[in-house]
Design a protein around this ligand. Structure first.
Ligand SMILES: Cc1cc2nc3c(=O)[nH]c(=O)nc-3n(C[C@H](O)[C@H](O)[C@H](O)COP(=O)(O)OP(=O)(O)OC[C@H]3O[C@@H](n4cnc5c(N)ncnc54)[C@H](O)[C@@H]3O)c2cc1C
Length: 223
């Protein structure tokens, strides 16, 4: 008898389950409500956290039968600012995280996993918003409840790649110092001549939620 499994949701969890079940001989069908994988975070950069276990996260992927067929950049250092804009440098011999991209286009985690799933014979059926599934299935529809609302905005700036973390309610109002009424926060860094480009990219977001610092750490918006 052919073993079959239905999965709801073609995010990283659903695709990983699909790949593994297909490798174990299951006939797998995944229902995805969007028209492709990666639509939820289309274009966003994310970090594959590498500080929570001794084992390198890419090694953990391999143990989960996932090939690293998507580009990643190891991040070894970053800058943390406090409310006085005092800078602390953090450095690690082991990558703190790997920067990857999410989305429906080439070279993202999502399309990498999709390719692997399809190679294993997993069938992904798009534009299917499943509300009720009578038969046994795996539900991998991600978080359904919001703790806050986050908006990712991606735009080009002239700075070299770097990681900047800002922890303080004075600099990043209501961001990491989470309040119940958080609506949106954008923390960006830019060359001082291009804050307008960031504000333009962030059109539609309340300017009260935007803080821009330049590459030397100086706050340039709001002035
Ligand atoms: C702004 C933001 C930044 C983040 N940054 C990071 C980061 O840097 N590092 C990190 O590790 N994590 C980060 N996360 C969390 C990370 O994105 C999630 O943990 C991860 O995507 C969860 O994967 P998942 O497969 O469980 O769910 P999801 O990625 O949510 O995938 C669920 C899939 O199911 C589909 N679906 C939902 N409901 C249905 C339905 N009824 N029928 C059919 N399909 C359905 C959705 O369309 C989606 O494709 C971030 C999240 C957000 C929102």
């Amino acid at each position: 008898m052919v073993k079959e499994m239905t999965i709801i949701g073609a995010g990283p969890a659903g695709l990983t389950a699909g790949i593994n079940l297909a490798k174990a001989g299951y006939k797998v069908v995944i229902y995805e409500r969007e028209k492709d994988v990666g639509k939820k975070l289309n274009g966003d950069f994310q970090g594959l956290e590498n500080w929570t276990s001794e084992e390198d996260v890419l090694e953990s992927f391999k143990k989960m039968n996932i090939n690293i067929n998507f580009p990643y950049s190891p991040v070894y250092s970053g800058e943390i600012y406090d409310s006085e804009l005092n800078k602390t440098l953090i450095k690690s011999k082991k990558p703190v995280f790997y920067s990857i991209r999410r989305g429906s286009f080439k070279d993202t985690l999502d399309t990498g996993l999709k390719k692997q799933a399809e190679k294993e014979g997993v069938k992904i059926i798009y534009n299917k918003n499943i509300k009720n599934m009578k038969k046994k299935c795996i539900i991998a529809i991600g978080s359904q409840q919001a703790d806050g609302i986050g908006i990712g905005i991606t735009f080009n700036i002239k700075m070299k790649d770097k990681v900047i973390v800002i922890f303080d309610d004075n600099i990043a109002p209501k961001a990491y110092a989470l309040d119940a009424d958080v609506k949106a926060i954008i923390i960006a860094s830019a060359d001082s001549e291009s804050p307008e480009a960031i504000l333009d990219a962030a059109k539609g977001c309340p300017t009260s939620a935007i803080t821009i610092i330049d590459s030397s750490g100086k706050q340039i918006f709001p002035k």
